[in-house]
Ligand binder design. Structure first.
Ligand SMILES: [Zn+2]
Length: 634
C-alpha cells in the first residue's frame, strides 16, 4: 500500500496552497468493528423488520431504474412518490431525483447492516445489487441518474452530485468490507468523471439559478466520498476537490445556505435552512477546515458548531421540522427529523476523528442513545419521522399544534412514512452502522475506544491480529470488560474515552489520564482483559428555556405517559403506521425537594403535579424506551 501512495503523490504533487491541519485519530475501515450485545440484537431485528423490508414496503420507489434504463432525460416528468405534497414549498423538480436518494440511502444502510451481521442471504442480495450498479457505468466512468444530454449541464435544481454521494457511500462500504477491486476501479473512474466534467477551480457545480435547489445543496455531501477516497489513497487531489466544492457552494446562490462562509461569518445570522441540510453540511465544513488549515475556516467551524448547539434539545435532537427558521431549541415546540439525527451524529463522529476531542463523542452518544433511540418505537419495527423531547401525543401533529399551511402527519410511527417522504426510514437504517464504525479509532499504533458500546473490534498492529470485545450493557450499565485476544503476547497502548459525566473510575489497571482519555499501556497475554467501571450520579441540568431535565451517565430520562395505540395504515402484515393518544394529560413541575436517585435502570424523583400542586414520586425511564413522555420540567 505504501508504494502505491508514493506513486500517487508523484502523479499528483501536493499543491502549495493546501496545508492539511493535522488529524488526531484515524478511522478504521468499515467492517472491522461489529456490534455485540443489545446493539447487535437491535440490528438483527431491524434487518428482520423495517430496514430489511423497506424495498417490499415501497416497491415502486425502490424499483425505479433511475440509475440505469430510467435515467432522467430532457422530457422526464416529476414522479408520483405516493406522498401528499401538502404545504410542499419546494416544488416539483426535486421529485425527479428523489428516488435516487431513497434507494441509495436505503442500500447504504442495508449493505452495512448485513455485513455487520455476516448475514449470508443479505450479502447475496447485496452482491447482485452491486453487480447491477457496476453494469450501469458508462465507458467514460459515469455512474448517475442523468442521460448524456443533461449531465453536468444544469441551470436549475438537480440531483447530479447528490445521487452520486448517496450511491457511492454504499459502494465504498462494500469495497471496504470485501476489498473487491472491480468496485474500487469503478469508484475511481466514477469520481474522476465528476472531476473531469466539473474541473477543480475552473467550474461551478453549485450554480443553479436562484430558486429552491435542495438537491443541488444536498450534493455538497459529495465531500463524504472525496474524504473517504482521500483516506483510502492518501491522494490530496480528493481533498483539494472537496475544498473547491465548499468554496463554490459558498459563492453561489443556495436556498439552503446556512453553511455558506459569508453567512457563518455574519454575526447576526441565525440558522434558517432545512435542518437536514444544515447538519449534513457540518461534514463538508469540517473537511474544508482540515484540508486547508485556514484560520477563517477553523473559526467558521467553531461558530457553526456553536449555532448548532443552540438548535439542540436535551436529547440531542436538533431542530428539523423541517426548516430551522431562526428558532432556538425547545423541548416541546421544536421537532427533530430522523434524517437530521443521523446527519448530525455523522458530523460529530467525523469531528471526533479529526479533533480527537472526547467531548465531541459525548455529543454523538447523546444523539444516538437518546434522540435516535427515542424516535424508534420500542415495541414495533417503525420510527417517528418527527419527534419532540416532550412528546404528549403522536397523532400526526406536533403535540396538537395546528399548522396553517399543511396537514401535518410526520408525528407518528411508520416503517416507511410514504405519505410524507421515504427519507427517514433509510437513514434510520444507516445510523447504527455509522455509529458502530466510529466506536474504535487508531492513533498510530494506539487503539482508541472512542464511542462506547458493546462491540467487537478486529484489527492488526505490528502484524499481530488483535480482537477486542467490549462486553458491556452500556449505556444502560457503565461497566466494561474489554476481552482481548491476540495471536501472540504484546505490549499494547489502549486509550479509552472518559465521558464528561464520569465522577470516579474503578479499575485494577494502572492508567494515566491524557485529556479525557484513560491510557493503559502494558504487556498483554494472548488472552487478557481490561475491567473498568465508571461511577456517576443523577445529574439535573437546565436547558435554554430554564427547564430542568435529568440524566444518569449517557442517558436522558423522561416520565413515560401511558397511551392508547391506534393503527392508521397497514403496509404489509406486521408493518403498520401507528399513532398514540395520551391516556393521562397530567403535567409535572420541577421540585427542589426531588431527592432524585438512580435505582434499577430508572430515576426516582419527586415532582409537583401541576393540577393538584402536590408532590408525587415519578419513575423516569431512559428517553429511548418511551413513546409519549415528559422530559423537561418547568
Ligand atoms: Zn427524513
Amino acid at each position: 500500500m505504501k508504494r502505491i501512495i508514493c506513486f500517487l503523490l508523484i502523479l499528483f504533487p501536493i499543491s502549495m496552497n493546501a496545508q492539511n491541519k493535522p488529524e488526531k485519530l484515524q478511522a478504521l475501515p468499515f467492517g472491522s468493528i461489529k456490534p455485540a450485545g443489545w446493539v447487535k440484537i437491535q440490528v438483527q431485528s431491524d434487518i428482520e423488520g423495517f430496514v430489511g423490508n423497506l424495498d417490499k414496503l415501497v416497491p415502486d420507489l425502490m424499483n425505479d431504474p433511475i440509475y440505469s434504463t430510467g435515467r432522467l432525460q430532457k422530457n422526464s416528468k416529476a414522479k408520483d412518490l405516493g406522498n401528499l405534497k401538502e404545504g410542499d414549498a419546494a416544488g416539483d423538480e426535486q421529485y425527479k431525483w428523489w428516488n435516487s436518494e431513497t434507494q441509495s440511502n436505503w442500500w447504504d444502510g442495508y449493505i452495512r447492516n448485513v455485513f455487520l451481521l455476516d448475514d449470508e442471504k443479505g450479502i447475496e442480495k447485496v452482491n447482485l445489487y452491486i453487480q447491477d450498479i457496476l453494469e450501469t457505468q458508462d465507458e467514460d466512468g459515469y455512474i448517475g441518474i442523468y442521460s448524456p444530454e443533461l449531465r453536468y449541464r444544469f441551470d436549475g435544481e438537480n440531483g447530479e452530485l447528490w445521487a452520486k454521494a448517496t450511491l457511492y457511500r454504499g459502494l465504498l462500504a462494500y469495497y471496504e468490507a470485501t476489498n473487491d477491486q472491480k468496485v474500487w476501479n469503478a469508484l475511481i473512474k466514477a469520481v474522476d468523471n465528476v472531476m473531469l466534467n466539473y474541473p477543480v477551480n475552473a467550474s461551478s457545480p453549485f450554480s443553479s439559478g436562484n430558486s429552491f435547489n435542495g438537491g443541488v445543496s444536498h450534493g455538497l455531501t459529495f465531500t463524504d466520498i472525496l474524504e473517504k477516497m482521500y483516506q483510502l489513497t492518501g491522494n490530496v487531489k480528493y481533498r483539494q476537490y472537496a475544498l473547491f466544492l465548499y468554496h463554490d457552494f459558498s459563492e453561489t446562490y443556495q436556498s439552503e445556505g446556512d453553511v455558506q462562509l459569508t453567512n457563518i461569518l455574519d454575526s447576526a445570522y441565525k440558522l434558517k435552512s432545512h435542518g437536514v441540510h444544515t447538519y449534513e453540511h457540518l461534514r463538508p465544513l469540517i473537511v474544508a477546515a482540515y484540508a486547508s488549515d485556514d484560520n477563517v475556516l477553523n473559526n467558521a467551524l467553531n461558530i457553526y458548531l456553536a449555532r448548532i448547539a443552540k438548535t439542540t434539545t436535551p436529547s440531542g435532537g436538533a431542530i428539523g421540522d423541517e426548516w430551522i427558521a431562526g428558532r432556538s431549541a425547545d423541548a416541546t415546540h421544536t421537532g427533530y427529523e430522523y434524517c437530521s439525527l443521523h446527519e448530525l451524529m455523522d458530523g460529530y463522529t467525523m469531528l471526533l476523528q479529526k479533533s480527537g476531542k472526547a467531548l465531541v463523542a459525548d455529543d454523538a452518544e447523546k444523539i444516538f442513545y437518546n434522540a435516535a433511540q427515542g424516535s424508534r418505537n420500542p415495541d414495533h419495527s417503525c420510527i417517528a419521522y418527527l419527534k419532540t423531547d416532550n412528546s404528549y401525543e403522536m397523532l400526526g401533529t406536533k403535540n396538537g399544534e395546528v399548522e396553517a399551511d399543511r396537514k401535518q402527519t410526520r408525528y407518528k410511527y411508520s416503517p416507511a412514512h410514504q405519505d410524507v417522504a421515504v427519507c427517514c426510514s433509510p437513514n434510520a437504517g444507516r445510523i447504527t452502522p455509522y455509529f458502530v464504525q466510529s466506536s474504535w479509532m487508531k492513533q498510530a499504533d494506539t487503539l482508541v475506544a472512542t464511542v462506547l458500546m458493546p462491540n467487537i473490534l478486529n484489527t492488526t498492529i505490528n502484524n499481530n491480529n488483535i480482537q477486542i470485545e467490549n462486553e458491556t450493557g452500556y449505556p444502560y450499565q457503565n461497566s466494561f470488560v474489554f476481552k482481548i485476544k491476540m495471536e501472540k503476547p504484546a505490549t499494547l497502548k489502549i486509550k479509552i474515552r472518559k465521558p464528561g459525566w464520569v465522577e470516579e473510575i474503578i479499575t485494577d489497571e494502572t492508567f494515566m489520564l491524557e485529556g479525557d482519555f484513560l491510557v493503559i499501556e502494558r504487556k498483554f497475554r494472548e488472552s487478557d482483559n481490561i475491567t473498568l467501571e465508571f461511577k456517576t450520579s443523577v445529574k439535573i441540568h437546565q436547558d435554554n428555556n430554564h427547564e430542568k431535565y435529568f440524566t444518569y451517565g449517557a442517558l436522558v430520562f423522561a416520565h413515560p405517559i401511558p397511551s392508547k395505540q391506534i393503527k392508521t395504515k397497514e403496509y404489509l402484515k406486521g408493518f403498520d403506521d401507528l399513532s398514540y393518544e395520551p391516556l393521562d394529560n397530567t403535567r409535572y413541575l420541577f421540585s427542589e425537594k426531588n431527592d432524585a436517585i438512580y435505582r434499577k435502570g430508572r430515576i426516582e424523583a419527586g415532582f409537583i403535579n401541576e393540577a393538584t400542586k402536590t408532590l408525587e414520586i415519578l419513575y423516569l425511564e431512559p428517553v429511548g424506551k418511551t413513546i409519549l413522555r415528559q422530559t423537561t420540567f418547568r
